[in-house]
Design a protein around this ligand. Sequence first.
Ligand code: MIC
Ligand code: SF4
Length: 640
Amino acid sequence: MGKTLAYKILENHLINGQMIPGEEITIKMDQTLTQDSTGTMVYLQLEAMDVEKIKTELSVAYIDHNTLQTGFENADDHAFIKSVAKRHGVLFSKPGNGICHQLHLESFGIPGKTLLGSDSHTPTGGGLGMIAIGAGGLDVAVAMAKGTYSLTVPSVIGVKLTGSLRPWVSAKDVILYVLQKLTVKGGVGKIVEYFGDGVANLSVTDRATITNMGAELGATTSVFPSDDNTKAFLASQGREKDYVEMTADKDAVYDEILEVNLSELVPLAAKPHSPDNVDTIGNIGPIAINQVAIGSCTNSSYTDLMKVASILKGKHVHENVSLVISPGSSKILSKLAQNGALADMIEAGARIIENACGPCIGMGQSPQSGGVSLRTFNRNFKGRSGTADASVYLVSPETAAISAITGHLTDGMTTGAALPEIKAETFHSNDSFMVYPKGENKNDISVAMGPNIKPFPQNTRLKNKISGTIVLKTGNNITTDDIMPSDSRLLPYRSNIPHLSNYCFEKIDPEFPARCKEAKDGIIIGGENYGQGSSREHAALVPLYLGIRFVVAKSFARIHRSNLINSGILPLVFEDPADYKDFELGQELVIENAAVQIKSSTVILKNQSTGKEYTLLAHLSDLEIEMILAGGKISQIKGK
Ligand code: MIC
Ligand code: SF4
């Protein structure tokens, strides 16, 4: 039986376990990446593990999220990360270099390698043929310390691509189409692997757009084979020697198959407030817009921005529209400046903002009240833009650029305008923003600790009887942005859990922190896909700080489930989802004999307020049981 590419790469890295879907395996992690807003926790945890030497082939610390620097907090975090990176031989990418995923693709990604990143969009590296996985910060710290990562073997969805995209239809439309078909929870427990004749018609950056937004499917990762386009991309970055051919067997067997004929796709948009709420632009109609934002790790490549520049050239941004553009990297920005494309954008009326995450994570550029914003980003969760009542639509760079001119959502195909072919470019390496380790002795470098950097909370060993009060009951698809919001007000406090705790679930229920403090031991009841979105472990650490003991949901998103376990908080699933309706705020719940019960796949929960008993599913691997018993991953590691 032929093998999928995903399984080949995982098998090449297998240290423990068997490649059977649902089984736990441990793999060698070749590379790690961190960014600053999850990175402070990663490096605090790395320091707490007292590691002599990191075990990865390459680890990079990028600064790209928190670059607004409205107070001392951000710059202090950067200095902290830089100092710990130096102590451990981790490469440091200074603010201004660009967005971690774009930079990693340009400078470090290698087909067939594994990459773990403390950011949910790490699967961008799948565009180069890597197994690139997003994880909580602690998992990345452990991957640096041990060079390994444990995960549940996913099944593999094969997406068979045929045909080629027509002008005005973009890689973004491919992934929006896949999201429409599979939904935001369709990828949980799965790897999405692309294959078929259509692959050759997509560039590496197109592929990276697609694998980047595989995060929105909830998938473990997404991967493309490597081929001549991969070789050409690596050559354009002066890295031809890094090319390795990686493909699935011709007769590879996929667990499911989705067929996509690229030639039949049309421009699409994800409507408010979910990336899978997809429709054609034709169906949505010419809605008036106030803002267009082009950039983010999904769509800020050189080719994307050249397409934008060519659409804007000689035109004017509509008087009702504010167009902001954030290039993906310093190399891209510099190339646009050299070839005149930057001038074309500026003369059309575009506002050029820093090559960083920026508006994608609500760091500035919030739309006006009730505004309509078209964004080439990957998430349009309610309130993420910083404006609670704004309507954010996710679109391709082509759609964004043409709409900025017309002032309304526009399907470029209907304009009849031609799009020029964008010539491939070569980029010389620019190391001005990179700090490479110089073999310093760890102990000669002190850790730069700003006053805003507070210790992270740690759990205690699991008690045999765990009980508490229901302090929140949520609906489906709760995001980690809902649990721990991260706009420009809160992102500077990523190293300060006590401060963040005042804002936990702020948008859903502002009374939540006060209720937790009153209850002391709290329980959350969740719906389907609880904890989708960002990898921020703050969405587990802050609830831990507020005394949350366990979460019962209809289902969990992968990264958040791991973050809960890493923090020693039990994630439990209703055996019968219909039981969800029986639970109400203020009810007292208890699990007796928890240490024994979690070792079997089911756990009995008693609702003391009604006297009724319920069966919950634990489904914890042996390692996860050890972590829950020990009170989290760090205690489990230290106990060994
Ligand atoms: C995001 O896009 O939501 C983020 C901000 O990049 C997060 C990481 C974080 O919350 O710091 C992610 O995607 O993991
Ligand atoms: Fe940054 Fe946005 Fe990408 Fe997250 S999704 S890494 S905030 S650009």
